[in-house]
Write a protein that binds this ligand. Structure first.
Ligand code: NAI
Length: 806
């Protein structure tokens, strides 16, 4: 007699297909051939329009290789029309009370829910991902995103008081989560009052088009959301469009870099969510069976085409062999097949080009000597399928350990100590996400802050929620999507209206010229032949070049000489700043105490500093004194903030806590404005160091003496060596060097537009975050010169997910 356990052994799955009838009907409704060749228009100004370009391309179902639709390749005139429609809709939409926008977003959530089945099936057909994922994950998360952001629209006036929408936003999204990316982009943008031109990926435009229809059904005013299809050329047109105020992009780091360069100096706000090579760290006390399921979700979810896929398995040596054996057994049981089959684990790869990329990288892995393992069963031969793949014996420098494969390929490496695990985890240029598996919460919470990543999942992986920000560190990009932090990507501060004009100085100070002459100060001036060095690594350091730069008063008097900094000085300063990284691990209390101490030492020398400022700028003794007083007050402000700029606990949908931690960015380059040379300098350096960054600061080029005079204040204020480094010289040249430097993590530039553009372009090298301004700020005015805006720029949010329960 056959036993039950024998039946379990032999039981084969029967097919359990989800019906595609509704999706086919929807495609047929849009014209085309026999219901399987829907031909779409562009969604502009609330209706479907034919593309002026007259060009179309096919949309293919990757599981069947059949054409399922044709969509337009939008050209310049089409992009212009979409941007114009968004611009026309902006005053009306942004002028609505938050509550009205909240109602619209709520309606979108409801409409998506109502159409959930159509959208889930369409997504599977278009992308090749399994219906289980589209139905149970993608679409519910889309809905959740709109509900959550309906809430932010409602609360906007109170929670983001003083902030206004950015304007017309261009959004460019990838093919791996087509509708989810629509939601991540569109929901916060619309909630905040922006209008949108959205370009879905060329491989997967259909659910974005279906969503456009939903937007119309929900009664949103025409032009609030416009959807244009096309490939990278359309994306580039949108990026370059002069009437777009912000670009939000998700995709490859290569294209992210192109967009960073293209928008440099344009004044467009930018957020980039790029690639990753995320570590999945398993300590020897982890529950290995949970780990196996975690790995399945980390790398075989969505065929591994996930920017935050746990693609590098880092295992403690002691359990590596056991875990690999368990993983292989599990891989034998995974099922690859038709995405609409409800019992399928993995569907198809999105397109032949992606399949080729995966194959190429897997061959490279084998060539480089790693051991490749795949299950014994075969994938379907029709359609673009690829089996789950595991590499062992991988060296950390191997191509497959460094390059984003974006496929179902896991590379395993082992470590001996937590320190080694962290080093391996951080050993790529990326920093998107990480998973940490251990039953020891102390270990988990010790390791999580050390990993350079925007999200850390503890004993879980690939968990997302609208309440929690998602986004990267380092070459994984900048900006966050979701949560309160994500809303800031679509807002600007009200006083900042009219951005994009001016030359960085309220009083347009001419270089070294005698702009205004005033009677000389009543306070005796310091000796005029003083020569200042640089301030590097806590010491006054001789500049590399022996030719000093003369600093001249407006009336032509020579006041002093400062070092003419060059590439070598910047290099030394960056090295010193990097070596002082321990600053990030001091307590907020300690950092606050040191800032207070700087303030105290500066205050005791108020007269001397005021005289210096007046001599340099001829601003008059009263104004000079007011500037010193304001600088002291500003130092107090950030001394206060140092232990108060706390994070949040996001109420996400897991049972547990999601900690949003404000972390320092690392080494920050700062080029200070010319206006108010002491206050401008302090207003930027103080917030950066208050939250744990170390800085390389370039003072005002024409009025550097207030900053050089600070050397001795810093020396007597217990500032650890290397936390604040100061290099004098040509501001724009030195800024470019800092922006180019691969070991600088962020660059702030306050000056002229051309140099700001250079800084933004150069930052693309390691995708460092930039804050470049060329319009004037009133540094004396607290609303413009201090506060949360500065602290936000000085930090990046890491979300740490900690589920509860056994
Ligand atoms: P991609 O970065 O080229 O495409 C993403 C989006 O950007 C698409 O909508 C595309 O049309 C658009 N685009 C392309 N060139 C553009 C340009 N010059 N200006 C403006 N927009 C442009 O990614 P692709 O080619 O689809 O995939 C290539 C690789 O990128 C993948 O193998 C994967 O490694 C990575 N990738 C990463 C994603 C992520 O979420 N981090 C998403 C998609 C791809």
């Amino acid at each position: 007699m056959t036993t039950v356990s024998e039946i379990f052994q032999t039981m084969a799955y029967g097919p359990a297909p989800e019906s595609d009838k509704q999706a086919r009907e929807w495609l047929a409704k849009h014209g085309g051939e026999g219901g399987l060749g829907g031909e779409f228009g562009l969604f502009v100004g609330g209706s479907w329009v034919k593309p002026a370009s007259g060009e179309w391309f096919d949309v293919i179902n990757p599981a069947t290789t059949q054409r399922i639709a044709r969509v337009p390749q939008a050209g310049k005139a089409d992009v212009d029309a979409a941007v114009a429609a968004a611009r026309a809709a902006f005053p009306g939409w942004s002028g609505l009370p938050g509550h009205v926008r909240a109602r619209y977003l709520y309606a979108l959530a409801r409409e998506v829910q109502r159409h959930a089945r159509l959208l889930a099936v369409l997504e599977s057909m278009d992308n090749g991902k399994s219906i289980r994922e589209t139905r149970d994950l993608d679409i519910p998360l889309v809905t959740r995103h709109f509900y959550h952001h309906a809430g932010w629209a409602q609360l906007q006036e109170s929670e983001f008081a003083g902030a206004t929408p950015v304007g017309v936003v261009g959004q460019i999204i990838p093919w791996n989560f087509p509708l989810l990316m629509v939601a991540w982009k569109v929901a916060p943008a619309l909630a905040a009052g922006n209008t949108v031109v959205l370009k879905p990926a060329e491989f997967t435009p259909l659910t974005a088009l279906a969503f456009a229809e939903i937007v119309a059904e929900a009664g949103l005013p025409p032009g609030v959301l416009n959807v244009i299809t096309g490939d990278g050329r359309t994306g580039a047109l949108l990026v370059d469009h002069p009437d777009v105020d912000k670009i939000a992009f998700t995709g490859s780091t290569e294209v992210g870099r192109v967009i960073r360069k293209a928008t440099a100096g344009s004044g467009k706000k930018l957020s980039l969510e790029l690639g990753g090579k995320s570590p999945f760290i398993v300590f020897d006390d982890a529950d290995l069976d949970s780990v196996v399921e975690g790995v399945v979700d980390a790398i075989w979810f969505n065929q591994g085409q996930v920017c935050c896929a746990g693609s590098r398995l880092l295992v403690h040596e002691g359990v590596a062999e056991r875990l690999v054996a368990k993983l292989r057994a599990r891989m034998e049981k995974l099922r690859v097949g038709p995405p609409l089959d409800k019992a399928i684990d993995m569907g198809a790869i999105v397109a032949p080009v992606q399949l080729e990329r995966i194959r190429g990288l897997v061959s490279k892995g084998v060539e480089e000597g790693a051991t490749m393992w795949q299950p014994s069963w075969a994938c379907p031969t029709e359609g673009y399928f690829y089996p789950p793949t595991l590499f062992t014996d991988v060296s950390p420098a191997a191509t497959i350990a460094q390059v984003e494969i974006f496929g179902p390929v896991l590379v395993a490496m082992s470590f001996r100590t937590p320190k080694e695990a962290v080093e391996l985890a951080n050993n790529t240029p990326y920093g998107l996400a990480a998973s940490v598996w251990t039953e020891n919460i102390n270990l988990a919470l010790d390791v999580a802050p050390k990993i350079k990543a925007g999200v850390v999942w503890i004993n879980c992986t690939n968990v997302f929620d609208a309440a929690s920000g998602f986004g990267g560190y380092r070459e994984s990009g900048f900006g966050r999507e979701g949560g309160r932090e994500g809303m800031w990507e679509y807002l600007k501060l009200q006083w900042d209206e009219g951005r994009g004009t001016g030359d960085g100085s309220k009083r347009s100070v001419a270089k070294g010229a005698s702009r205004r002459t005033r009677p000389s100060s009543p306070v005796p001036l310091p000796p005029i032949d003083r020569t200042y060095k640089m301030f590097i690594g806590g010491k006054q350091a001789r500049p590399d070049a022996p030719y000093p730069r003369a600093i001249v008063a407006p009336d032509g008097r020579r006041l002093a000489e400062v070092g003419e900094g060059n590439r070598k000085d910047v290099r030394n300063a960056v090295e010193a700043a990097r070596a002082a990284e321990g600053w990030a691990h001091t307590t907020g209390h300690t950092r606050g105490q040191i800032l207070y101490y700087i303030a105290e030492n500066l205050a005791t020398r108020t007269d001397e500093f005021a005289a210096r400022i007046d001599a340099m700028t001829s601003c008059g003794p009263e104004r000079a004194r007011a500037e010193v007083d304001a600088a002291v007050s500003r130092l107090f402000t950030y001394a206060s903030w140092a232990d108060k700029y706390d994070g949040q606990v996001h109420p996400t949908t897991i049972r547990g806590v999601t900690l949003a931690m404000n972390e320092p960015i690392g080494v920050v380059g700062i080029a200070a404005p010319d206006d108010l040379p002491l206050l401008g300098f302090v207003s930027l350096v103080a917030p950066a160091v208050a939250v744990g960054n170390t800085v390389v600061a370039i003072p005002s080029e024409i009025h550097p003496l207030a900053a050089t005079e600070l050397y001795s204040v810093l020396e007597t204020s217990d500032v650890p060596a290397g936390v604040i480094n100061i290099v004098t010289g040509s501001k724009d040249e030195l800024s470019k060097v800092l922006a180019d430097h691969l070991d600088v993590d962020a660059m702030w530039y306050f000056g002229n537009r051309a140099a700001a553009a250079e800084v933004e372009r150069a930052s693309a090298g390691n995708m460092k975050r930039t804050w470049a301004e060329w319009h004037a700020r009133d540094w004396l005015e607290p609303r413009e010169g201090e506060g949360r805006e500065f602290l936000r720029e000085a930090t990046q949010v890491k979300n740490i997910w900690i589920p509860y329960g056994e």
